[in-house]
Write a protein that binds this ligand. Structure first.
Ligand code: GLA
Length: 413
């Protein structure tokens, strides 16, 4: 199934794209040749399953990252971000190399390693990349676990491939799933973050009013209708304001444990284990818990996808069942995989007690955001309950966002 986004442009995207174009003019004193927008994502269910060759079910947000870009003649990648105007970089393309330990080009600001990594990954894969000036703008909170990094990578990947001609991506030059793999390689090998394929796939393949069911082994995907608003239900995103960082080693540690569990079970990946009874063969309690999470979350992805499909996107009773599965997923991430964090645990409990149909952390964990499936009629009381629970503990006030399942990345018309 193709995933070409619809032609219509939501107002928020338009406004961000216009601001990115203005920022480009301020930085470079000329017009950009184009602006590319890529959304962040929320993962509905299927966490830490992607690098185990399992299943994920993310959807794209309305909010994201915009890259305004124009070619230049000097073979330099010029990078500016409106978030931090002083943190600019000018890197001759010929000098791009992953640094020791995957740190990327020396002396460039950390945010700039993502776009530089994309240029490097495209060149390494044999695609032409010429000099480009890029001006980045974003309406996604950094560190909120909503994949602002993948959104940045994918906007830059689209800009570089489409400016270079050769059909670009939507002109048929590179399939979007291939571009997702290139953006992931930038993150893994150039930036040094060992992430899976979910975020870049969501950024490039999602459709409005759908979640993306992705098989992370075959990379086959399908669109699952997901339109909770029609049933008077919303996905509330709770940015817990505890910053999420994948580079801090815990994420990589979980991968190592999963690979070790698979090795001891004699399978290529945990994808191959479909029944928790098979874990009796593991004598390590930690590895058993890690593997149990992966197996059960893979099952929950299938169950949620089947429920949404059979109800045409989710009626109220079905969304109640989906909500229960989300809460189970959170418990599994909290108790078995041990990647949740106190602010998320408290937000999930408060949300469910105040009338949410279900709630869970979303993304890699150790900080970032949680989501709650909330009937519109309970939204105010759920937000108030989460706010109060955080205030009681002296924590930073959380921020709320209603997540609307949106289209993937696009060149702005
Ligand atoms: C991060 C990674 C993804 C995925 C999730 C956990 O978002 O970038 O590849 O592993 O964590 O599901």
């Amino acid at each position: 199934m193709t995933a070409r986004p619809a032609a219509s442009v939501p107002a928020g995207r338009r406004a961000l794209a216009d601001r990115a174009a203005r920022w480009f003019r301020e930085c470079y004193g000329r017009e950009p040749e184009g602006v590319w927008f890529t959304p962040g994502r929320v993962n509905l269910v299927g966490e830490h399953t992607d690098y185990n060759e399992g299943f994920v079910l993310p959807f794209a947000l309305g909010q994201g990252v915009a890259a305004a870009a124009a070619q230049r003649e000097d073979g330099v990648l010029a990078l500016r971000t409106r978030r931090d105007p002083a943190a600019s970089a000018e890197i001759p393309l010929a000098r791009l190399r992953p640094g020791p330990g995957g740190a990327g080009a020396d002396g460039i600001p950390s945010w700039a390693r993502y776009p530089a990594g994309v240029a490097w990954a495209l060149l390494s894969a044999g695609y032409p990349v010429g000099g480009v000036s890029l001006a980045i703008d974003s309406c996604l909170a950094d560190g909120a676990g909503l994949s602002s990094s993948a959104a940045l990578e994918c906007s830059v990947a689209l800009a570089l491939t489409e400016l270079e001609g050769a059909g670009g991506v939507d002109g048929g030059g590179i399939p979007r799933s291939g571009l997702a793999a290139i953006a992931r390689r930038a993150e893994n090998e150039f930036v040094g973050v060992p992430s899976g394929i979910m975020d870049q796939s969501a950024a490039l393949l999602c459709l409005a009013d759908h979640a993306l069911l992705l098989d992370c082994q075959s990379l086959e995907f399908s669109q699952v209708p997901f339109a909770p608003a029609a049933a008077g239900v919303r996905v509330l995103v709770i940015d817990t304001r505890a910053k999420h960082e994948l580079t801090d080693g815990e994420y990589g540690g979980r991968q190592t444990e999963c690979h070790e569990a698979a090795r001891r079970l004699g399978v290529p990946s945990l994808r191959w284990v479909t029944d928790v009874s098979e874990l009796a063969a593991l004598d390590d309690p930690v590895l058993t818990r890690r593997a149990r999470h992966v197996i059960t979350d893979n099952q929950r992805v299938q169950e949620v996808a089947a429920l949404l499909r059979s109800s045409g996107g989710g009626d109220a009773p079905t969304l109640a069942e989906v909500g229960a599965l989300l809460t189970q997923s959170h418990r599994s991430l909290r108790d078995d995989f041990e990647v949740s964090w106190p602010e998320a645990d408290v937000a999930v409990d408060a949300a469910v007690a105040a009338g949410a149909l279900g709630a869970r952390m979303t993304g890699g964990g150790f900080g970032g955001s949680a989501i709650a499936l909330v009937p519109d009629t309970s939204a105010a009381q759920v937000e108030a309950a989460i706010q109060a629970a955080h205030a009681d503990r002296g924590w930073t006030e959380p921020e709320f966002l209603t997540a609307v399942p949106s289209d993937a990345a696009q060149r702005m018309p």
